[in-house]
Structure formats: C-alpha cells, structure tokens
Design a binder for this molecule. Structure first.
Ligand code: ARG
Length: 231
C-alpha cells in the first residue's frame, strides 16, 4: 500500500515544482498550492480515497525524490518521454503541450526556433526545453532552477529569449503584467503531460488511470480545465 497513513486518512505524497503557472504555483498570501495540476491531483487522490499532500521540489529533483521513496506521484507539467519512462511509470496523458519562444517585443530577429542559432536562451534545468535547445546548433543555453527565473533573466536582458512550455508562456504574457514581451507562434514539439509514479508500484498506475478516466466521464476534468484555460 502506498502512502503513509495519517490518522485514518491515507496520504498521497505528491511532488511538484510549484513555479509553473497555470499548472502549479503558490498563491502569494496563503502559500496554498494552486493550478490545473493541483486541482487535478486533488481530484485524482480523492477518487482513489487519498488526501493529496503537496511537496515543492526542484524540477530536476522530482524523479530522484520518487526513486528514493519520498514521493508517491509527481504532477508537474511533466512531459511523457522515453528517457523518463526508463525510471518511472506514467499515467495516461492528461494535457497536450509543446514548446514556444518568448522574446522582447522589440526583438525582430527571432521569429522561429531556427533563429535561435547564435542567441542566448534561458531554460529551466532538467526540462524538455533544455534538452531540445541543446540540439540547436550554435545556441547558448543558460539553465535556471525555475521557469520564473528564466522570465526574470529575459526581463533583465541577460538572454535574447526564453524557451518554455506554450501554456505557461501564454499565461505569463496574459497574467504577469509584463507588456514588453511576446510569444512566438512556432511550436517546436508536441508533448503530452502525464502523472509519474514509481515503477515498483504497478497498482498505483492502474488506480491513477482509473481515477483519471472517472474524472473525464463525470465532467470533473472539464470543469477543472475550464477553470484554468477557459472554455
Ligand atoms: N514539460 C516540461 C518537461 O517535462 C517542463 C515541465 C516543467 N515543470 C515545472 N513545474 N517547472 O520537461
């Protein structure tokens, strides 16, 4: 049985990197964890008879934390890929994403991924953005601990561009109040987000997938989606 027991309620230890709005972030006042992923995992846990207990971990520390037994699941806008599949099991996909570029509005040189050649680009450590950018020849990749730090670096003029997940870039443009940046249309990849869990617990994967299926059937998934992405 996964999850430590606390009183009579089973706890699902959830790892995330809570600096990735609108998927996971800490609300400034209460430090509550909010976002699409947070609502989804709470609903999944409830469906499974657990209470989700969120832990904030560096993105590149999430899989190691699960491998050492400190987390039951990871939900962190994490893209399902072969490299990660060697270490963890993933749920069925729950969100379709991809990578885009953000530049300052006055930057007319960068209009697509190929234009990043010879440019300085900020990415978050351990992400698909970091991996994909390193494949572009002649690019100078600067890696940061959080996606928020990549935006700050662009603002400070330390890089020419940020590469990050499209929905997170779009949310930043819409909600941050920063007006001198724009997101480019060029989409580099097509990525599916999944909930990750330990390979040692095959039952967990089944239970999470059943819960996800249920939430799709009963309309709860659509409600959560509409809350964060509009209808
Ligand atoms: N989807 C990308 C990946 O899996 C980025 C995820 C970053 N998530 C986060 N919470 N910072 O590599």
């Amino acid at each position: 049985d996964s999850g430590a027991k606390q009183g009579s309620e089973k706890v699902l230890r959830v790892g995330t990197n809570a600096d990735f709005a609108p998927f996971e972030f800490q609300n400034v006042n209460g430090k509550e964890y909010e976002g699409f992923d947070m609502d989804l995992i709470r609903a999944v846990a409830k469906e499974m008879g657990y209470k989700a207990e969120i832990q904030n971990v560096n993105f590149d520390g999430l899989i190691p934390a699960m491998e050492s037994g400190n987390l039951d699941v990871i939900i962190s806008g994490m893209t399902i890929n072969d490299e990660r599949k060697q270490k963890v099991n993933f749920s069925d996909p729950y969100y379709k994403s991809g990578l885009t570029i953000i530049v300052k509005k006055d930057n007319k040189e960068i209009n697509k991924f190929a234009d990043l050649k010879g440019k300085k680009v900020a990415v978050q450590i351990g992400t698909t953005s970091a991996k994909e950018c390193r494949k572009i020849e002649g690019i100078e990749v600067k890696e940061f601990n959080s996606s928020a730090d990549t935006f700050l670096e662009l603002k400070a003029g330390g890089v020419d561009a940020v590469v990050n997940d499209r929905p997170v870039n779009d949310y930043y443009i819409k909600k941050s109040g920063v007006t001198d940046v724009r997101a480019l249309d060029d989409l580099l990849t097509s990525e599916d987000y999944g909930i990750a869990m330990s390979k040692k617990d095959a039952e967990m994967q089944k239970k999470v997938n059943e819960a996800l299926k249920k939430l799709h059937e009963n309309g709860e998934y659509d409600k959560i989606f509409a809350k964060w992405f509009g209808t």
